[in-house]
Design a protein around this ligand. Structure first.
Ligand SMILES: [Zn+2]
Length: 166
């Protein structure tokens, strides 16, 4: 599969587009975001007005995170930051339905953080005579020995073969 269409890339594009969309909202239609910030506990903690915070901090953060996700640069670190950012957003919005909706994004960012640690596909051993694949080299050797000698497959051996994916 093309590396641009692997699971990892598709999740990056999905999450990246959501961040870009939110950045565009922060730049061009910030009223709803400003309202959310005004009504949250962070309003009193901000050193700047909610309007500046939305336009500068949220707008810049979300566009940078979105572009980095789509480009695939430092995916794990960016995804880790995105995870913390989304948790912060969930705490700030404090509306059950919106919180539920945003928590869905956490699964996407978690998938990107964990992505590289998933075990790689298992190495398979292939019989050079009949082409069947085995997880175990011993069975591949047995298959090969049998196939070479008899030019036919042995059911007791081939039932241990891994189904060929092509
Ligand atoms: Zn064989």
């Amino acid at each position: 599969m093309s590396k641009y269409l692997g699971y990892n890339s598709l999740i990056r594009y999905g999450l990246g587009i959501i961040f870009i969309a939110n950045a565009l909202a922060a730049f061009f239609a910030p009223d709803e975001l400003i309202e959310i910030i005004k009504n949250s506990f962070v309003a009193s903690l901000l050193p700047v007005s909610p309007r500046v915070f939305v336009g500068v901090v949220i707008g810049l953060n979300d566009s940078i995170v979105g572009l980095l996700l789509i480009s695939g640069f430092a995916t794990r670190r960016v995804a880790l930051w995105a995870t913390m950012w989304i948790v912060g957003v969930i705490i700030i919005i404090a509306k059950p339905l919106d919180m539920l909706e945003h928590s869905g994004l956490l699964f996407m960012s978690a998938a990107l953080v964990l992505g590289d640690t998933y075990p790689a596909a298992k190495k398979l051993y292939q019989c050079s005579e009949c082409g069947l694949s085995y997880e175990d080299k011993i069975w591949k050797d047995k298959c090969e020995a049998w196939c070479k000698k008899h030019h036919t497959c042995h059911v007791e051996i081939t039932r241990r073969a891994v189904k060929n994916k092509s």
